[in-house]
Design a protein around this ligand. Sequence first.
Ligand code: SF4
Length: 117
Amino acid sequence: MKTMEMTCIRCPMGCRLTVTQEGETFTVTGNTCRRGEEYGIQEMSCPMRTVTSSVRVEGGRRPVCSVKTAENVKKAEIPAVLEAIRGLRVTAPVAIGDVLDPDIAGTGVKLVATAND
Ligand code: SF4
């Protein structure tokens, strides 16, 4: 049996969750709603995060443009995503929502611009 304590980040209430795993069965306590149960199970089985960072822009008003992954990626994949973002160069103009990499670090997730440049 494995137990983890965590804070649910799905809404500002920040409920304290206790998640227990026995084999393939997960039990969540401390949640106020179903989203907390889903969060607790995912956090224990395969934590996911949206990655935000910035990419170098050539010929733009500023040297970098803010970006984020269009969907969550596995927490374990974040270092590879950040490394891929570090190596990325784009040419201005860049607009909010532009796809700057359709498959960042082989995750199957798009990297999109979150600013105009
Ligand atoms: S369990 Fe529900 S109410 Fe509590 S923080 Fe998570 S989403 Fe919000």
